[in-house]
Design a protein around this ligand. Sequence first.
Ligand code: 9MR
Length: 729
Amino acid sequence: MPATLRLSAACVLLLAGLAAPAHADSYERLLNGGFDSGRDPWWSSQNTPSRVESGRLCADVPAGTTNPWDSMIGQNDVPLEDGQSYTLRFTASASRDVTIRTTVQLAGPPHTTPLDQRPELTATPRTFEYTATSNVSDSHGQVSFQMGGATEPYTLCLDEISLVGGVLPPGGVRDLGSPVRVNQHGYATSGPKRATIVDPGTRPLSWRLLDTRGAAVAQGRTRVHGADAMSGDHVHVADFSSVRKAGTGYTLAVGDQVSLPFDIGDDLYDDLRRDALAYFYHNRSGIPIEAAYVGDAYARPAGHLGVAPNQGDTRVPCLPGTCDHTLDVRGGWYDAGDHGKYVVNGALAAWQLMDLYERSRGQGDREGTRDGLLRIPEAGNGVPDVLDEARWEVEFLLRMQVPASGLVHHKAHDAAWTGHPTIPHLDAQPRHLYPPSTAATLNLAAAGAQCARIWKVWDRAFARRCLEAAETAWRAARAHPGLYAPPGGEGGGAYDDTDVSDEFSWAAAELYATTGKRSYLPFVTTKLTADGFSWQSTGALADLTVARLPGRFPAAMFAAARKRVLSVADGYVRDTYTQGYANPYLPADGKYVWGSASATTNSAVIMATAYDLTRGRRYREAVLESMDYLLGRNALNQSYITGYGERAGRNQHHRFWAHQIDASLPIPAPGSLAGGPNSGLQDPVAQRNLAGCAPAKCYIDDIGSWSTNEVAINWNSSLAWIAAFTDSL
Ligand code: 9MR
């Protein structure tokens, strides 16, 4: 903060020595006004490059523009309430004496502008304060500094920007609908049927299960669960498992409160099994997404096939200074809402689809191994569709391997983050290959070995390619065990990892399972623990591979892996029922991770594996209750699966499924899993709306909230696995 503060104009207050204007119920509406965490979410016009310098935001203002808004700095998504007073305050200086414009306004038409001022800046930093009353209610307000029309270029610096006002708490008053929380999609006829009711009462409450006509078909009393740690709610549980009459439009009534409607039935997860897998075709790169398979709304041209304005992916160069070759890395799936393609995450997702195939085959689930299950171009080619879909990714993973070294590029993505919306074929950013990493190399070794084993019966030549690539990758990783992908970066995710002992173990397990070569066995060192698995932590997958393929591993190894699967699954079952909203995910540190919905599904995968190994009823029940959590029996009365349940998310962070910002584009295709509650609140929409949230409530269905509401291949592979499992029961 500058030491000198003085009056600069009649409308500007002398602020030196004044106490902060905040009173008890005043809310700061801007994020990062002191630039303590870099520049985001502030932005500046392309002709006005800006950076954070000694804790201030400084920008190079060009000469020769016409309108004030031709050169701007701003922050978007500022909530404004009609009739409320707002005080804008900031400190500013300029390398020349200039008058700029500052506004609080709507970013888009009709550009309503409740506050419009002309501060005069000099080389000495001054603090300005303006107060105005908003004449509009909108959550997409903007604070702007407009410098256009300058005759000479100059440098402008801003600091301590604050907008205080409005009476609604951050995020407004959230309407969570009914306190009676159910699986909004439905309950399996023979499965558990429980609901959670938010109620402060400490005595059991009466519940009634109503049919479509409102007639009670069952009744009972709730069990008082009490305080639920992850949500902060005081809850009751109603159990209507004994009802086994299939039907639609049931509701659960507790006093005056009635749940959203739901079904009871046998075939509830049949569509979800297919929709969750269809996610992958929708997100394919390098092939047109055809209306014949997805309908008109979801059809789009092929992305990243070297056709302008695309600059990838047929001859993608290395990030400058890292290597000299180019590779054809067309195909694969886009990782998530962005158009990056990341080997670590891609291999995990492809592995999970292939694992689902092996599970279906092993458990005699014919639907899971069926050709023609999906609406994809390969349907009818004689190969199970789930394998066709996985192959689309594996072919891409193989392309990421450097022929000369056998190492695998960590990722390929845009040089800079693209805007919203960007349909893949319209992405004009240059794309690069990022340096090979040991983790990516080992992930190809793991998925490649699994591919070789599975494809042997369907396509021997492809199986051989997979095995050769996997064994080459293994040798390359052994020769280069410490190539770590760095954190951070621009235009794509990092998928950084500095411990690859777990990747070595997982790859060795897969390679041994396929080849039977004993030299791999000593590298299988990791064990399944309650931490489960994720893209970064793949050690547990070694045990899952062993448990999947009893005949292929030494008996003692299988017995030990089996034991660990059961004991970890038992822990998850306990965690499921200690929570008011049944959920196997109960983080030890009390914080929900990025992609927590997939922590629920991945925990369910482990419980499902325990069920496959033992047919223990408790595992099956807890898996079904995990689906209840995802489909609305949770702290937000929210279905995290698009298209399933009355209150399902519609605004996931995705550059094509961007209906929320462009009505001509579709909402996410049904069967897409949102990341879900995330205590980290890494994006501005989450920060603005969810500050102080209980872990299980840190979610907002807004396209801008990439840290709580993105979709991703590794999350949908897990959903597809568990949907197929539940459908097969
Ligand atoms: O799923 C990833 C999560 O575990 C990480 O914490 C987060 C930040 O590194 O990144 C997530 O993955 C994102 C990736 O980096 C870029 N594409 C979108 C992915 C899902 O949000």
